[in-house]
Ligand binder design. Structure first.
Ligand code: G3P
Ligand code: CA
Length: 243
């Protein structure tokens, strides 16, 4: 028996093209507890769901998201790079994903990408979109940019925020608290450190990315880690069901 939650990382990224509606639909079909996705802003200030700051790796186009309009982005094929059967996939807006989630209780982890390219006011735009779709209560905003995390928590102290980090920090929950964040999103190699247990004992959920190895999934579940984020949610759910 374990209480660990399972979030689909960029949707069901291992089986479908990442950060597309197809990957999110698959995650919903599986009955995951949460979905993680990444957002950037287009030239015309629209929030789009894509991991990289350029469209090069995951579409048939090239260039920076911030230099393209939504109309230009929408013409791109975001599925063929993964497999020909997904050639109809496009880069979704955050609004389209929220529309998909609207009748569910699935937690949405919006990771704001705001480091390689800096987007002025992306924090306000994300909060407004979550408000429009009445999804703030079911959302968590995270970022490797902790100025962004702090800004979100100042703009809206009610929304759950989390710091993303990859190093073994000393008492990171105290630092998180100082900037208004209430959860730790940590890279899997540091998840097994004593830090995680102490953080959870201090009331700070630890959510671990990206856990694709079945043995690691099982070990983290045995530790009752709050959440694992995985590219293979179906695998993780089978392991959890067997406990
Ligand atoms: O939010 C957890 C994880 O997605 C952070 O890393 O590079 O996959 O966005 P990345
Ligand atoms: Ca991410």
């Amino acid at each position: 028996m374990t209480n660990t939650l399972i979030y689909a990382h960029r949707g069901s990224k291992g089986t479908h093209p990442e950060n597309t509606l197809l990957a999110f639909e698959e995650a919903i079909r599986l009955g995951v507890d949460g979905i993680e996705l990444d957002v950037h802003l287009t030239k015309d200030e629209q929030l789009v769901v894509i991991h990289d700051e350029t469209v090069d790796r995951t579409t048939n186009g090239s260039g920076k998201v911030r230099d393209m309009t939504l109309e230009e982005i929408k013409k791109l094929d975001a599925g063929s790079w993964f497999s020909d059967e997904f050639s109809h996939a496009t880069i979704p807006t955050l609004g389209e994903v929220l529309e998909l989630l609207k009748d569910t209780d699935i937690r949405l982890n919006v990771e704001i990408k705001n480091d390689v390219v800096q987007y002025l006011n992306i924090e306000e735009v994300v909060l407004k979109e979550l408000e429009t779709y009445s999804y703030k209560d079911k959302s968590i905003i995270s970022s490797f940019n902790h100025y962004t995390v702090k800004k979100v928590s100042q703009l809206d102290p009610e929304i759950e925020t989390a710091i993303l980090f990859m190093e073994l920090l000393v008492e990171p929950w105290k630092y998180a608290k100082s900037i208004g964040a209430s959860a730790l999103h940590v890279y899997v190699p540091v998840a097994f450190a004593d830090m995680s247990r102490k953080a959870q004992d201090s009331g700070y959920p630890v959510r671990v990315f990206t856990v694709n190895d079945e043995a690691l999934m099982s070990q983290l579940m045995d530790l009752n880690i709050d959440t694992i984020m995985t590219d293979f949610p179906e695998k993780a759910m089978k392991i959890r069901d067997a406990k």
